[in-house]
Design a protein around this ligand. Structure first.
Ligand SMILES: Cc1cc2nc3c(=O)[nH]c(=O)nc-3n(C[C@H](O)[C@H](O)[C@H](O)COP(=O)(O)O)c2cc1C
Length: 300
């Protein structure tokens, strides 16, 4: 009997749907037990979000400050898992507070140490530098990253800003204002994500993960948009400054968070289109750099 652990956190349920699809081939095998571990916070974040909570979560998210989690069950803590499917979402270019809190808890090493882990993110579209942070957290827990899947909202960047914000603040995966496309990872892509499960399952049976990432990428598991990596890098630099200022002035948190909100609006609606335009013009000059970046972010 082999044991698989599916770790996830999800406010809307999107990542749970993805987790169900990806674990399907394992669930169908009578010789495999599949356990689920849903990370739970002592103080849950609201869903739908309100403005104060949404922007208030920024400094702790970005600076990766852990919050208290409810301990995993004894069964999960005491089972020796053969593979871990680790689903996470990105908050402020960083693994979300619940994910970060688990990975920095005393339980993470007990569950993850020396275990093969496949990471699966379900984000708006800026996941790349968060995955770099995820790698650091997994390494600190001595886990072995063997594969990565990055599922995103495939719409144009600014369209997904409108639709994902509407989703987060209404709690409904609906067509914003009746005219925009649906937010998040598309239903089709969620339904078809069991194909990634089959790929992982086959490597699991062979007990050989050396070509797993290549097989996943060949089947569309990692979307790469060079402009988004560039924005991700620039925004990380600015977020570092903003989060430090907010955290070191707790008595001015409210006003500073409001200013950060305005900054974010300008960065998204004014600066990002300019950066996009410049990057498009410079594409031929940056060609080899972009190719290298693609190889890196589609790897593990
Ligand atoms: C506070 C907050 C910040 C977010 N920041 C990002 C981000 O920086 N990059 C990104 O691609 N998605 C971002 N998202 C979207 C999430 O990654 C995710 O797609 C969405 O919250 C749905 O996840 P769920 O499974 O928890 O419902 C953010 C969402 C929230 C609530």
């Amino acid at each position: 009997m082999k044991n698989i652990l599916v770790i996830y956190y999800s406010q809307s349920g999107q990542l749970k749907e993805i987790a169900d699809q990806i674990s399907q081939p394992f669930q169908k095998d009578a010789n495999i037990r599949v356990d689920y571990y849903q990370i739970q916070m002592e103080n849950e974040f609201p869903f739908p979000w309100d403005k104060d909570s949404f922007f208030g979560a920024f400094p702790d998210s970005f600076q990766q400050i852990p919050h208290k989690i409810i301990p995993p069950s004894e069964t999960i803590l005491n089972t020796n898992y053969d593979l871990i499917l680790f689903h996470y979402q990105v908050w402020y270019l960083t693994p979300s507070i619940p994910i970060n809190s688990f990975l920095k808890s005393e339980y993470a090493k007990k569950i993850l140490q020396n275990k093969p882990v496949v990471t699966i993110s379900g984000s708006r579209n800026m996941w790349a530098l968060a995955q770099d942070k995820m790698k650091v957290l997994l390494k600190a827990n001595q886990a072995k990253l063997v594969g990565n899947i990055a599922l995103v909202d495939r719409n144009i960047n600014l369209i997904s800003v409108v639709t994902v914000v509407d989703w987060m603040f209404s709690g409904l995966k609906r067509k914003a204002y009746g005219i925009f496309p649906l937010p998040g990872v598309s239903d089709k892509e969620i339904k078809e994500s069991n194909k990634f499960g089959t790929i992982i399952y086959n490597h699991f049976l062979d007990n050989n993960y050396s070509n797993l990432q290549t097989d996943l990428v060949t089947n569309g598991a990692v979307e790469f948009r060079h402009f988004l990596i560039s924005m991700d890098k620039k925004a990380n630099k600015m977020f570092k400054i903003w989060s430090k200022i907010i955290l070191s002035n707790p008595n001015k948190k409210k006003i500073l968070t409001k200013l950060f909100n305005y900054y974010l609006f300008v960065a998204i609606w004014v600066l990002s289109p300019i950066v996009h335009l410049i990057e498009t013009i410079l594409y031929p000059i940056l060609y080899f750099k972009i190719r290298k970046q693609k190889k890196y972010y589609q790897g593990i």
